[in-house]
Design a protein around this ligand. Structure first.
Ligand code: PMV
Length: 335
């Protein structure tokens, strides 16, 4: 199975022609139990299932329309040159949805997160373009189908077509049709995520390459499957019981295990900067003094702080400029 075969299977005979405009928003997400490693690189099928929370109003808004000629892509109001990595990757993805070779897409995408800073901008980006295409062509696909399409753009994007708590099932099928994300029916209005941006420069190595290197060379990777399964079960229990301390402990440890694994890859991968380490120490110091705050870190230097609303003051004091969101905040993403 290839990406285009997956797209064709999902779209069937739905239209690929319109003179309208499609528009959509998708939130970024942060995994509490991480996706790190692909069982099928071509289809972005993961080795393990994962669990995330969405980042509310931190995400991507995308507008798309059909035009004659080549794609015209703008990011945060600025035209992106066709040979830039952002454009070539997006154009390659749009090829799956092009009515004819001579037609292009005009895409205006606006991120409220630093692009390529490990704040899951590809997750919200590919979820937003898929939702915008569904709006443009009027396909009326289900969230599950949209999740599969978004996964083809970026694995973690499969989770960004929902808000709140989201589980991405690894699936067993070779064609990946059972590898989609689903929203968990849990509300946790007091839950907060603080985004501490320590650097907004592009990351040194993309997540796909870093995953492949970890799987191929890290001896720690052999333990990742069972570790991840244990964490996922415990996290689902913590979410159902709204047990914040258990959720925080497991999420932080899962993230650190993922980064430890990368350090043991050859050559080693380290996304952290001094600011990352400093932020971790501050979080641990807060915990020492009795404030339940925990960290998670994706493929980048920035840190997401997990806490509950009553501790927002302590987090703001420790991290001036922190951007705080409520993951369980809106009704918009439910089928
Ligand atoms: O979707 P990708 O290929 O950018 O992978 C993202 C992987 C992590 O963000 C590090 C973990 C995750 O589960 O989102």
């Amino acid at each position: 199975m290839t990406k285009i075969e997956t797209v064709n299977q999902l779209l069937g005979d739905r239209a690929l022609e319109t003179d309208g405009v499609g528009k959509a928003y998708a939130p970024a997400n942060v995994a509490l139990c991480k996706y790190w490693g692909k069982r099928d690189a071509a289809l972005n099928l993961p080795v393990t299932s994962s669990l995330s929370i969405s980042l509310g109003d931190i995400g991507t808004t995308t507008e798309v329309r059909l035009i004659d000629g080549a794609d015209r892509i703008s990011l945060n109001g600025e035209r992106v040159a066709v040979d830039q990595a952002f454009a070539t990757r997006l154009t390659g993805f749009l090829d799956f949805f092009r009515p004819t070779a001579g037609r292009g897409f005009a895409v205006d995408t606006v991120n409220t997160v630093p692009t390529a800073a490990g704040v899951a901008s590809s997750a919200s980006g590919y979820a937003a373009i898929v939702l915008a295409l569904d709006d443009l062509f009027g396909w009326g696909l289900t969230r599950r189908e949209l999740s599969i399409l978004a996964r083809l753009g970026s694995g973690s994007a499969s989770r960004s077509v929902y808000d709140g708590f989201v589980k991405w099932h690894r699936g067993e099928a070779a064609d990946g049709m059972d590898s989609f994300a689903e929203r968990l029916d849990v509300d946790w209005p007091e839950l907060r995520v603080g985004l501490v941006v320590v650097a907004d420069s592009a990351k040194p190595i993309g997540s796909s390459e870093a995953m492949a290197r970890t799987v191929a060379t890290s001896t720690f990777y052999q333990q990742w499957g069972s570790r991840s399964e244990t964490d996922l079960v415990a996290l689902e229990g913590a979410v159902a019981a709204r047990d914040f301390r258990v959720l925080g402990e497991i999420a932080e440890s899962n993230a650190l295990a993922m980064h430890a694994m990368m350090l043991t890859a050859i050559p080693p991968i380290l996304y952290w900067t001094i600011g990352t380490v400093d932020t971790l120490h501050k979080i641990w110091a807060l915990r020492e003094t009795g404030t339940p705050v925990y960290a998670t870190i994706d493929a980048g230097p920035n840190v997401k702080v997990l806490f509950e609303a009553e501790n927002a003051g302590s987090v703001e004091k420790a991290f001036p400029g922190v951007r705080i969101v409520a993951p369980c905040g809106s009704e918009e993403y439910r089928d």
